[in-house]
Design a binder for this molecule. Structure first.
Ligand SMILES: Cc1cc2nc3c(=O)[nH]c(=O)nc-3n(C[C@H](O)[C@H](O)[C@H](O)COP(=O)(O)OP(=O)(O)OC[C@H]3O[C@@H](n4cnc5c(N)ncnc54)[C@H](O)[C@@H]3O)c2cc1C
Length: 416
């Protein structure tokens, strides 16, 4: 069988090789990161990526196009089409522009705060534009704190969201349903997460009444508390008879969260992720059997991870349940654009085999895309570069696989 990277178009393959070449070598990555950090601060016209055309073109062609979807509707739609042409079921789209998030607290009892909040309005319009770029089966990812200080304050104090935000969410969900798009509520830091969980449960109660989950909440396996939180939400879905949409991640806020909330080692986070995924796929878990009253509600699972072992474990478990004729839940997989292509393409290749052998796939695969101007996306790019730095062995393996694929294509040209 051809290697997984054979699915990459040649232009993308060469750009991926360049980016992986830089990010897998500490001596190249360190100056690259320093340059990105330098460009992320407000600068005069010469070092401003939005105003210096040469700089704009370099950053856009090398880095931005590798990790981001586009600066406007037509670029984003072209990227989505490319992704779907490679065999992905769809995309998860998110708008890069981030609100101030943790900025000054706003008092909702202050009459001035009750007027239309420009931060919520800007967020609402940006997200509305985003959902209008996607369609059937795609996902819209929402980061609630992106809606600004009033929303962040409400989430962190366990207060109801501002009415304007509640209306914006209903408007976005209605538009998503019209377009047959599903919604992820992203998980964030612990000071706002209980508030996000509450919003997610309310939206799931309202929108997940049918046979598909329109709204998904995100659960972070690195937290020691996640099994208990999830079990609580599963009970709630069972009792109130709604479909629970679960997006499972490891968690992205290790550097800022109180350390004691997070599993002590990476191995423990890995085990937690795999056990939660296994429990959900099996329906009736060993760990959750301690809770005698547990029976699984209707659920859909989305495994958002770059981890090859976790992904393949879940995929193989699904396959073995299929072979044994056991009931299966819907499991989908997602990786970020420009990252872990080897994992994405391995899943796509297995899907092709599934179609051939059994006529359906055991798990659809998605790419997660961020869109916005280069200025909007610069912090996102910095985070991706840092993430590659933290996953040196995986980045190096990706680089070696890309290099092998380039050599294979060159040899295949000369063999004719
Ligand atoms: C499509 C998609 C959507 C995502 N959405 C969200 C989201 O809404 N919210 C969110 O928080 N994250 C989100 N993430 C990021 C995710 O949480 C991880 O940070 C990232 O994917 C890396 O983890 P991994 O599972 O890919 O695997 P790996 O690279 O194998 O794992 C890295 C992760 O392991 C954990 N870890 C690392 N070292 C330790 C340690 N010493 N002790 C304990 N744990 C450790 C951390 O969570 C770290 O991020 C998303 C990722 C994807 C692909």
């Amino acid at each position: 069988m051809l290697p997984p990277h054979s699915l990459l178009p040649t232009g993308m393959l060469l750009r991926s090789l360049l980016v992986a070449g830089i990010t897998s070598h500490p001596m190249l990555l360190a100056p690259g990161l320093a340059t990105l950090k330098f460009l992320s601060k407000p600068r005069g016209p010469l070092f401003n990526v939005e105003r210096n055309p040469l700089l704009h073109s370099i950053v856009k062609n090398v880095l931005y196009n590798h990790f981001c979807a586009g600066e406007n509707g037509s670029e984003v739609k072209a990227t989505i089409q490319n992704i779907k042409n490679m065999g992905f079921r769809g995309v998860i789209l998110t708008y890069a522009k981030e609100g101030p998030g943790k900025s000054d607290e706003k008092d909702q009892d202050d009459p001035e705060s009750r007027q239309a909040d420009p931060e919520i309005e800007a967020w609402h319009q940006g997200v509305l534009q985003t959902v209008q770029m996607i369609g059937d089966g795609d996902f819209l990812a929402l980061k609630l704190t992106g809606a600004g200080a009033a929303v962040t304050t409400a989430l962190s104090h366990g207060k109801p969201l501002p009415t304007q935000m509640e209306s914006a969410l209903v408007d976005l969900c209605d538009e998503a349903i019209r377009r047959r798009v599903n919604i992820f509520l992203d998980a964030e830091q612990q000071h706002v997460q209980p508030g996000i969980d509450k919003v997610a449960l309310d939206l799931m109660r309202r929108y997940n009444r049918g046979n598909v989950a329109v709204v998904f909440n995100t659960y972070q396996a690195y937290l020691k508390s996640t099994s208990v939180t999830l079990l609580d939400h599963l009970h709630c879905a069972k009792q109130e008879d709604f479909m629970i949409g679960i997006k499972l991640v490891r968690g992205a806020y290790m550097s800022t969260e109180p350390r004691h909330l997070i599993h002590d080692t990476k191995a423990e986070t890995d085990a937690s992720y795999d056990l939660i995924a296994e429990n959900l796929i099996q329906g009736q878990s060993t760990a959750w059997k301690q809770d005698e009253s547990f029976t699984s509600p209707r659920l859909q699972l989305f495994l958002a991870t770059h981890n090859r072992a976790s992904t393949l474990k879940a995929q193989e478990l699904q396959q073995s349940r299929t072979n044994a004729g056991l009931p299966r839940i819907q499991v989908q997989y997602g990786q970020l654009l420009g990252m872990a292509d080897e994992v994405s393409f391995t899943l796509l290749q297995r899907n092709k085999q599934d179609i051939h052998n059994q006529g359906f796939v055991t798990g659809e695969v998605y790419k997660c895309l961020t869109w916005g101007t280069i200025g909007d996306c610069i912090f996102y790019l910095l985070r991706r570069a840092n993430e590659n730095k933290d996953a040196v062995s995986r980045t190096l393996a990706e680089y070696q696989a890309l290099r092998r694929e380039v050599v294979r294509r060159i040899k295949s040209v000369f063999s004719f």
